[in-house]
Design a binder for this molecule. Structure first.
Ligand code: ZN
Length: 463
């Protein structure tokens, strides 16, 4: 008789050990090189995952360091479980070592413990438990690790070109109970002039932000001083104080460097953060000593809003409103640029109607907007066998009958496939500091996820 609780308990130690092994590799996208399409970090994580999967007895295949699979079972039908090995960058100010997976009071800390190395390995261990249970495995179950999710979906795209679709599956990269709808994603960049001729204080450049899909928590401005350093410092300090933000001012040879500290958050929930770029633009636009067309335009068409209300895209449906995030700012030969990450409502249809209008609004304020990508939204029928069976597995694994399947603003790997939904491991209403400092995973949550994934795999073998 298969005792699931016992099997789960017996596998927790190995699972925790292997998560630590993956977290030790800083798998943020880097410079590509021969055989390493996303740089060294992601390739190292792929190698480590391949080792782990082999040790667990799975047949592995490396897709040129774009993706890795670990497979078990036999049969025509192919069940997919899709996770990712890359992570977002680590900001300053962590209390815990981001790369050790240290455990304090039953909570594991580290970049990737929840997004998505921990959950990926929980699902891989769930495959192992199902295999070792002696229950018949009459389908192939394939875990697909992508090496590029946070900065694109090139990992699974490469895999898909070679192998195609799964019959059904889930991705352990979001929230329980289950996500049957995801907002569409729109990415763009916009440019403008950094500093007008004849400004009392010329701006040399701006810098800030680490990823387009993260609310920028730190933005800096490099300006000439022209004898106005004292005045500027005073007014900058006043702005920061008024807006309850941290700041620094320093003199770097001939430059005055002003830095604002905001709060980072995921781009799909920008209201949880405080965008340092938006605040820097408001300060610059309102400061007479500067004359910065980029900041003035920015403050007019974006301002401090995270709903796009100033540029005509503040749309909404029953599943939630559009969200608007600026993640990165920089200055180059052409002027100053910044990135936009929009998540538009699930039932919007073609977003181009709105993005074209937005482009005009930006142009009227002297900003040139170039789209980099419009990604579709995702909707899987809540009455489909996939959704129903996985939800049953969730109820069995957790005992929770209160929370029901939902929709989200974040895009997951589910969008890359026809019949895949996001399934766990975060619990509704709980915080795990994903994409923020001190990302964590309670071991109790990890255990519940592992158990739920065992039920899920058993269920998918039946449909
Ligand atoms: Zn993720």
């Amino acid at each position: 008789m298969f005792d699931i609780d016992r099997a789960v308990d017996e596998n927790m130690e190995g699972l925790v050990r292997d998560i630590k092994r993956l977290v030790a590799h800083y798998s943020v996208q880097g410079e590509p090189s021969e055989g390493k399409p996303f740089g060294d970090g992601p390739a190292e994580a792929v190698a480590e995952a391949e080792k782990i999967a082999s040790e667990l007895g799975f047949v592995t295949k490396n897709y040129d360091n774009y993706a890795l699979t670990a497979e078990m079972g036999e049969g025509e039908s192919l069940v997919g479980i899709i996770g990712h090995l890359d992570v977002v960058p680590v900001g300053e100010g962590w209390e815990h070592d981001p790369f050790s997976g240290e455990i304090v009071d039953g909570v594991m800390y580290g970049r990737g413990v929840t997004d998505d190395k921990g959950p990926s390995l929980a699902a891989l261990y769930a495959m192992k438990i199902v295999r070792d249970s002696g229950l018949p495995v009459t389908k192939r179950v394939r875990f697909l690790f992508g090496a590029n999710e946070e900065t694109g979906m090139k990992g699974v795209a490469h895999y898909k070109e070679i192998e195609g679709e799964f019959d059904c599956g889930f991705t352990p990269d979001a929230s329980f109970p289950l996500i049957f709808g995801e907002k569409g994603n729109y990415n763009a960049r916009f440019f403008g002039e950094t500093s007008r001729e004849g400004a009392k204080v010329g701006i040399k450049y701006f810098s800030g932000g680490m990823a387009a899909n993260v609310v920028c928590d730190r933005a800096s401005l490099y300006a000439e001083m022209n004898g106005y350093a004292g005045e500027l410092k005073k007014r900058f300090a006043a702005y920061a104080k008024e807006n309850d933000m941290g700041y620094t001012v320093r003199e770097d040879e001939d430059d005055l460097v002003l830095t604002l500290q905001g709060v980072s958050a995921h781009a799909s929930t920008p209201e949880l953060g405080k965008n340092a770029i938006s605040h820097m633009m408001r300060f610059v636009a309102g400061e007479k000593l500067f004359s910065c067309p980029f900041a003035e335009g920015y403050d007019r068409v974006i301002g401090l809003s995270y709903t796009g209300e100033n540029c005509g895209v503040a749309i909404s449906d029953v599943y939630g409103p559009l969200t608007f995030n600026v993640g990165i700012i920089g200055t180059n030969m052409d002027g100053t640029y910044a990135t936009i990450d929009i998540r538009y409502p699930i039932t919007t249809g073609d977003f181009r109607v709105y993005s074209d209008r937005m482009k005009e609004v930006f142009a009227e304020s002297g900003l040139t907007l170039t789209e980099t990508r419009i990604g579709p939204s995702l909707f899987i029928d809540p009455e489909s066998p996939l959704v129903k069976k996985l939800y049953e597995a969730y109820v069995k694994g957790t005992g929770d009958t209160v929370n029901k399947p939902v929709t989200i603003g974040g895009g997951t790997y589910a969008k890359a496939f026809k019949n895949v939904v996001a399934f766990g491991p975060e619990f509704p209403g709980k915080e795990y500091n994903i994409h923020m400092n001190d990302e964590f995973m309670p071991l109790e949550t990890l255990r519940t996820a592992l158990k739920t994934y065992v039920y899920a795999i058993m269920a998918l073998l039946e449909i």
